[in-house]
Design a protein around this ligand. Structure first.
Ligand SMILES: [Zn+2]
Length: 323
């Protein structure tokens, strides 16, 4: 399905079968001499069909199309190699590209999960069904890297890159100051909360995310074009809601640790989750994995603030309220 958002700017709803996100929004800026297609979908037929039929409806030619990818997650990036033609530019950010180029990021993640109390074997089995694993990027395209503040023109849109680390390390939004449009990727969504996870040492993605929210709060935005769900207008209000949400989550983590030290997996099992499951034990492994990643992000954030302490013993990490 393709719908017109503004003159020359279209939204293609690309289905994500079996994924709770339901679909991803791909945005087409139809312009001469080159179109720009922002985010694409997974490397699977349902996504490819949706993009091709959307482009076909408005007569946009892939031979004259460049791509911008907000971040590395497979639902945004994986279809690009199938769509890009010889002359296509693929605009991307360096920090996320380095994850693609790294040696098996999944092994690092598995090991880190194990140290944080996650049953590693269950995760390994579940990964085989993870869409990012099954329908992920198979061939790394030739990227053109953009930095924070760089300009990107498409038709009458003069975008500026706004680097917004948090959801991923290099996540980048596009801001059009004249039209006051923000292409927000997965940085700011409405109806659902962007997932902020930590799966590596030495990182504090929640602190990065909150700083990125403040960075966008300073922009004048009339229309937000998000990576999932509906387009919306009240950007600042949504940012304030998201900040309150994470403060509540951090408070919840602190109150769980008041019951004594425990690992991140156990903290996650005691947090409240908006899922149709009677108990933590009945959560699908993938959901437990997202939940644990979120718990670690909040624990790391609180640790950096001196409100939580961690101890590593025998390869296992335990968090507590006292050092
Ligand atoms: Zn994402």
């Amino acid at each position: 399905m393709i719908e017109q958002v503004l003159e020359h700017l279209w939204r293609i709803e690309v289905p994500l079968p079996g994924n709770p996100l339901k679909s991803i929004n791909s945005y087409l800026i139809e312009a001469g001499p080159r179109n720009l297609l922002i985010d694409t979908g997974l490397d699977r037929k349902e996504c490819l069909d949706a993009i091709l039929s959307g482009l076909g409806e408005v007569g946009a030619d892939l031979e004259k199309t460049d791509f911008f990818v907000t971040h590395m997650h497979a639902d945004h990036s994986a279809l690009v190699p199938k769509l890009a033609r010889d002359g296509s530019k693929v605009y991307f950010n360096r920090p996320d590209a380095e994850v693609f180029e790294g040696v098996s990021p999944w092994e690092t993640i598995l090991h880190y999960a194990g140290r944080n109390g996650f049953p590693e074997d269950a995760l390994r089995a579940a990964l085989q069904n993870h869409p990012g694993y099954k329908h992920g990027v198979t061939k790394i395209p030739q990227f053109t890297f953009l930095e924070d503040g760089d300009a990107l023109e498409a038709g009458d849109c003069r975008f500026r890159c706004v680097r917004t680390p948090g959801h991923t390390k290099g996540h980048t939004c596009l801001y059009e100051p004249e039209k006051k449009i923000l292409v927000s990727g997965d940085h700011i969504l409405i109806d659902i909360t962007p997932n902020i996870q930590c799966w590596r040492d030495g990182m504090n993605p929640l602190a990065d995310y909150l700083a990125s929210l403040d960075k966008v709060h300073a922009l004048e935005v009339d229309l937000v074009l998000p990576g999932h769900r509906r387009i919306f207008r009240n950007c600042r209000e949504r940012i304030e809601e998201l900040k309150r949400h994470h403060r509540r989550r951090a408070d919840e983590v602190i109150s769980i640790l008041a019951g004594g030290p425990r690992d991140a997996y156990r903290v996650a099992s005691q947090m409240t989750w908006d899922l149709d499951c009677a108990s933590w034990d009945l959560f699908p492994v993938a959901q437990k994995w997202f939940a644990t990643g979120e718990a670690i992000a909040h624990l790391r954030y609180l640790e950096e603030k001196g409100e939580v302490f961690s101890e590593t013993e025998g390869g296992s990490v335990t968090f507590s309220r006292e050092s």
